[in-house]
Design a protein. Sequence first.
Length: 157
Amino acid sequence: MVDANKLVAYADGAIGDGRSHTGVGAVLMDGRGRILVWGNRRLGPMTNNEAEYAGLVLALELAIPLRPRRLQVYLDSAVVVGQMNGDCQVRSQKLKPWHRRACHLAQRVAQVTYQHVPRQRNRLADALANEALCGQILSNHPSVELFLKLAPRAVDA
């Protein structure tokens, strides 16, 4: 367990040209910018916005065991940020289960905020997502294996 008042997470999703696979990546840092946890996963085919949500879910799954009081999540998806902040409705039937799962996980942290950033500020999570897309699975934390339970179409739990 990390004694952390505030953690920062960067999350991203990537879909391949053939859309046969999806990669997601997440990085968690402490308030001083030191990397605490990182991980990525390769998933089945999905839309770009589903992949962005899957990256967010991975970030939340990695953050929860660290028990932060506050979590600031940075994503380069304006759609996901708008929906998680309640500024936009979730109309897509494909996104609703991902949104529910992310909201459920976020409830396990006292305060979670979401902010949109340009892709250039999300490079590490983007790189991890692209590595997963190519089959390179990287992690420095055993809890990343929890994410494997979330098959792309089985998040409706």
